[in-house]
Design a protein around this ligand. Structure first.
Ligand code: ADP
Ligand code: MG
Length: 535
């Protein structure tokens, strides 16, 4: 390496021998990559399922996160191997598309890699393995459609939806109140869902949390919650039929823009200045009153003088509301954000049926509830919990549940969980392998074996004998043709997932298999890794 200068005198670096770069070729490259991928999958494997373990991750600045969500674990892990990053990406795309199944997809990919390694060692060309996997994944996805069932629910009977969300929540820390949380998630989704277009805009569901209280106190608010209170304790706490002025201008006299000097050397001058200031406040308040506002929400603060005046003139106000919240309030109440008092008109006011300030416990924690908003169906899930980590994990779990409910509204097909769908696919793929004469046969059979790793991991994490349990269930599925038999993780006494009400969405499961196959194929096709050596 040498430092040189170009004709303009700018420095640049010459790296002399490209051969000094560390470089992996051929089978070595594939093996190294496979190992990196497997290492990531191994970390997540123990987190899978209702008895899965949680991970505690510490960020460089000391923040601690405890979570069971695959996407979050990988997101927070500091990986710098490129292949490991692909696995992170894999989990993220499952999270983005489906929301749930983020751990499962990585475990599946890890198992596929493990099987691929064995095939490579036997001398099968990686491209043939990739082709075989592709064929097998298509067989599996198609088979899932065969065993999928239609899932009936309507707005009056939300019980089935709630039960599916409960499956998702059962693998999380919030397991204890899964019923309450599942009901909240379903109600929230139904509140914003467009059932005719089968569309759910999750952006309309805001998830807020505040430390304190119990998890059971978590509630669904049909409106918006802002972590603010009325600016003066004597202002009314409940405002019905509120007309809201949303202001980004401060309640204070304008500041001189250029440098001026004000000499105040007599009492009279001071009095005039004070009168002037008071008049400013008064005019501002009057302006709000004139257009009919019954509540003012300000982005800026105002001093005690203005506060007192607002209270005196009976105009409740909230100060220091953040820009994002201000926007949300404007959208929900159908109001406009007003940057100058002169521009305030009655049409620009937002409307809400009820605005109330609620206090919690004995501390002076107060929140502002804006309900029955004019314009939007936006809802807020308000999470309570003992500490920040709990609330953050609850937010993530609720996100999973919301996604599951949304997916079911989009597409009513479900498959059974607890590894039953995977076992059934594994049997189908294995049986189909005989149809192929070439080397693909081996890859397809390996794919079937990789599918088994999900139920195996579930069994292992629940403290069961993995191989014995799996083979027993598999035998049962083949003998009785029951694709809904899975791993009895919670020791309920039956491995019939229909009875246990453990469902997963069909699209979620299909996506898992497709995404995992895609990534593994990509990794297998890399045969040359060129990376800069350490300088
Ligand atoms: P993911 O991030 O992939 O959703 P989870 O930790 O949520 O990972 O585990 C999901 C797996 O656990 C699925 O295969 C699901 O079928 C299974 N599962 C969930 N609840 C149960 C249960 N009560 N009994 C058996 N298996 C379950
Ligand atoms: Mg899950």
């Amino acid at each position: 390496m040498a430092l040189a200068f170009d004709e303009y005198g700018r420095p640049f670096i010459i790296i002399k021998e490209q051969e000094q770069k560390s470089r992996l070729r051929g089978l070595d490259a594939q093996k190294a990559n496979i190992n990196a991928g497997k290492a990531v999958a191994r970390i997540l494997r123990t987190s899978l399922g209702p008895k899965g373990m949680d991970k505690m991750l510490q960020s460089p600045d000391g923040d601690v996160t405890i979570t069971n969500d695959g996407a979050t674990i990988l997101e927070l892990m500091d990986v710098d191997n490129q292949i490991a990053k692909l696995m992170v990406e894999l989990s993220r795309s499952q999270d983005y598309e489906i929301g749930d199944g983020t751990t499962g997809v990585v475990v599946m990919a890890g198992a596929l890699l493990e099987q691929a390694e064995k095939l490579l060692e036997r001398g099968i060309h990686p491209v043939r393995v990739a082709e075989g996997y592709e064929l097998a994944s298509r067989i599996a996805v198609e088979h899932l459609e065969h065993i999928a069932q239609k899932f009936e629910f309507n707005v009056t009977n939300i019980e089935p939806l709630v039960r599916t969300c409960m499956t998702t929540l059962s693998s999380k820390i919030v397991n204890r109140c899964k019923q309450t949380l599942a009901e909240i998630a379903v109600k929230a989704v139904l509140a914003v869902a467009d059932l005719e277009r089968k569309d759910v805009n999750l952006d309309l569901i805001k998830v807020e949390g505040k430390v304190g209280g119990k998890l059971e106190d978590t509630e669904l608010v049909y409106g918006i919650i802002v972590d603010k209170d009325m600016s003066h304790p004597q202002m009314p706490k409940i405002i019905e039929d509120a007309k809201i002025a949303i202001l980004t201008c401060p309640f204070e006299p304008p500041k001189p823009k250029t440098k001026h000097k004000v000499d105040i050397d007599t009492v009279e001058k001071f009095q005039t200045l004070r009168q002037q200031e008071l008049k400013y406040f008064d005019d501002m308040v009057q302006k709000c009153k004139d257009v009919g506002a019954t509540l003012v929400i300000c982005q800026w603060g105002f001093d005690d003088e203005a506060n007192h005046l607002l209270m005196h003139r009976n105009l409740p106000a909230v100060r220091w509301v953040g820009g994002v919240e201000l926007e949300l309030i404007a959208i929900a109440t159908g109001g406009r954000i007003v940057p100058r008092f002169q521009e305030l008109t009655p049409e620009k006011l937002g409307r809400a049926g009820l605005v109330r300030e609620k206090s919690f416990g004995t501390t002076k924690d107060r929140m502002l509830y804006i309900e029955q908003c004019a314009n939007s169906r936006a809802v807020t899930i308000f999470i309570r919990g003992g500490n920040k980590m709990m609330i953050e994990e609850t937010k993530r779990s609720i996100h999973d549940a919301l996604c599951v409910a949304r997916n079911l509204i989009r597409n009513k097909s479900i498959v059974y969980g607890g590894g039953s769908a995977e076992i059934s696919c594994s049997i189908a793929v294995d049986a189909a392998a005989y149809r192929y004469r070439g080397v693909e046969q081996y890859a397809i059979r390996s794919f079937a074996e990789a599918l088994d790793s999900i139920p195996m991991a579930l069994a292992e994490n629940s403290g069961l004998q993995p191989i014995e349990t799996l083979s027993a269930v598999k035998l049962q599925q083949i003998k009785e043709n029951t694709p809904f038999c899975g791993i009895d993780c919670n020791d309920v006494g039956t491995n019939n997932m229909q009875e246990q009400n453990v469902f997963e969405t069909l699209i979620g499961k299909q996506q898992q298999i497709l995404l995992a196959t895609q990534v593994v194929k990509m990794i297998l096709k890399i045969d040359d890794v060129i990376s800069p050596s350490e300088y």
